[in-house]
Design a protein around this ligand. Structure first.
Ligand SMILES: C[S@@+](CC[C@H](N)C(=O)[O-])C[C@H]1O[C@@H](n2cnc3c(N)ncnc32)[C@H](O)[C@@H]1O
Length: 271
């Protein structure tokens, strides 16, 4: 008998499965002596979940990729922290949250209301690991459905975070979602990452991820889609901060190649 939460039914390659990979990588990184992100909640979650994480570790190449996921999350955490410091009454929409514990990792001002949003199957699993509390709610809905936004207060600054999400949506879905967000909120910031378009072709071929998903080499195209969105900056994966020497040297070398350095790019917009 095990008192772990049973995730063994999560199908390899399914929507729910994609979040287990990033969770696992954050958990690995948090167990290092000097982590960049140190997401202890991820490690605790992995310890509570019954799933073949050894296989996941081999598939995700955790030896090196734990740092990519940690550096990406760290940059988004830093941007989010900066926004929340300036807007302690904000609402946060954490879209495609998976099993990410960002709401608990950040030091949130007491006036912030946080909404973790993911598809219903994922939120059902998420509720087995995390509980709602004051100022923290989970919403089970595809972000492409319009209805879920109706429950979010619209009279406060909004911070929208979409990490590892837009590469699963079509361009039309991303455009409509961004339009709905800027129609609903008077001001805010949008933080997300994007892959080049060719990756969705490959994903489609290997039946992982979404065929025809949105991708771009320059997300400033969002300004042309939606004039309310203003580009602020592009994130930097600070590979020099990787605490283990072999991996640091590897990434310092690989990141000399622009295609590698710009593979998963982080963006910050305001509206
Ligand atoms: C690669 S995981 C990233 C999870 C989390 N952001 C992280 O970094 O660990 C992609 C997430 O996007 C979610 N997702 C994909 N399509 C979605 C949609 N249409 N609406 C809401 N969430 C979606 C998946 O369920 C999954 O949790």
């Amino acid at each position: 008998m095990t008192d772990k939460v049973d995730f063994t039914g999560v199908k390899w390659g399914s929507t729910e499965w994609t979040m287990l990979g990033t969770l696992y990588l954050r958990a690995c990184e948090s167990r290092l002596e000097h982590p960049v992100l140190g997401d202890r909640a991820a490690a605790e979650a992995v310890d509570r979940i019954d799933y073949d994480f050894d296989r996941m570790g081999r598939w995700t190449n955790s030896w090196s990729n734990q740092f990519l996921v940690a550096l990406r999350a760290k940059q988004l955490d830093d941007w989010a922290g900066d926004f929340l410091e300036r807007h302690p009454d904000a609402v946060v929409l954490h879209l495609g949250c998976g099993l990410d514990s960002r709401a608990f990792r950040l030091d949130l001002p007491s006036g912030v209301d946080w909404f973790d949003v993911d598809v219903p199957e994922v939120i059902e699993l998420r509720r087995e690991i995390f509980s709602e509390r004051e100022h923290y709610r989970m919403i089970g809905s595809s972000v492409t459905e319009p209805g879920w936004l109706d429950d979010i207060p619209s009279d406060r600054p909004a911070l929208v975070i979409a990490e590892g999400l837009f590469m699963y949506l079509t361009e039309s879905d991303v455009r409509q979602l961004l339009q709905r967000l800027t129609d609903r909120f008077g001001s805010g910031e949008l933080l997300f990452d994007a892959l080049p378009r060719w990756t969705s072709t490959i994903s489609g071929l290997v039946r992982w991820g979404t065929r025809n998903a949105w991708g771009t080499r320059d997300a400033r195209e969002l300004e042309r889609w939606n004039p309310r969105l203003k580009y602020v900056s592009t994130g930097v994966m600070d590979v020099d901060a990787i605490p283990l020497k072999p991996q640091r040297l590897l990434f310092q070398l690989v990141y000399r190649i622009p295609a590698a350095r710009n593979y998963d790019t982080l963006y910050r917009f305001r509206f």
